[in-house]
Design a protein around this ligand. Structure first.
Ligand code: FES
Length: 92
């Protein structure tokens, strides 16, 4: 099972955020002052967003689901894997 999850954060209206894209800032998802790959994001309205934590998104800085290998599977393959995960929990 994939343990990578996006950062779920609420951004305030009218604020500009520096988003970490280097993957090493301890303040992630927000960039530290010395982040070499900070992404400037101006937010117009208060909103809950999913920010990428894996670096694979094609819609940076937002999560597009690329962190999940199940996104490349067929529906039946994903269902089979999810069923096996679920059964694994009951067998413990
Ligand atoms: S965390 Fe979802 S695409 Fe990176």
């Amino acid at each position: 099972m994939n343990d990578i999850t996006p950062y779920v954060v609420t951004l305030n209206a009218g604020q500009t955020y520096q988003i970490c894209q280097c993957g090493r800032c301890s303040s992630a998802p927000f960039a530290a002052d010395n982040c070499p790959k900070a992404f400037s994001l101006h937010n117009r309205q208060k909103q809950l967003v999913w920010l990428c934590s894996c670096g694979r998104s094609a819609a940076m800085p937002y999560c597009d689901g690329s962190h999940n290998p199940r996104n490349e599977m067929t529906v039946w393959g994903a269902l089979r894997e999810m069923t096996q995960d679920l059964l694994g929990h009951f067998r413990k």
